[in-house]
Design a protein around this ligand. Sequence first.
Ligand SMILES: [Zn+2]
Ligand SMILES: [Zn+2]
Length: 261
Amino acid sequence: MHYKTDYHIHTTYSDGKASPEEYIEPAIAAGISEIGFSEHLALFKDNQDWVMNPQNVGTYLAYLDNLKSKTDKLIIRKGLEVDYLEGKEYETGVFLDGFDLDYRIGSVHYLGERTVDEGPDFYTGKNFDRLFESYFEMVCNAVASGLFDIIGHCDLIRIFGYKPSFDPGPFYHKLAKTMKQYDVAFEINTNGRNRPMADFYPDRRFLRYFSEKKVPVCVNSDAHMPARVGQYFDEAYRLLKDNGFTEMVAFSSRERRFISF
Ligand SMILES: [Zn+2]
Ligand SMILES: [Zn+2]
């Protein structure tokens, strides 16, 4: 059986539906060897109910340390899913350097003051081609910021099934090149299957670009409820293999190791 890690999990510390310990048994049942929690953090954005209050990061990590000390059936990793905010790179880095994390997921949810996954209304009256370009530009900037170990759902802009009028291939090609240049991993995020566009992130048609550049990869569920931990992972591993990947990356104290398929 494949060694499975799932590093993208949300609990009631942000917008997940269950506490960290409620994920442990389902993760074991799903064959996960390393589970990593990654609460949402959007520094410098006020009044957002889907993210953790930055003041609670210490409490959250202490809670995970305690859970780790009581759990021996699988490895618990400590992470955060941090919004990339342009112009706030320095402050974000200073904040994150204050914590002992196994990895940092960097994600783009915001385009302007609203998030691209809040609902289809976000797209009403907007030019999707421009949104698509802006989204990829932001993700490339997140990669180049050097703040993150993994980029979360790198094409979240697909969430509601809208498609650009042009061939998006060159955007994925540039993203893969940038990830290689800055040595940042991407994830197959299986939660896209549960969203309106009903497929994994990123677009499977372009995975070959990432494998050709040897961009490190992990498979993550982005589970917001215990039933979804490790969901669709066997299919995701198969997809990676079919696209030429031979290994995936695991994290501990922001150090990487590679696990062969
Ligand atoms: Zn996210
Ligand atoms: Zn997430």
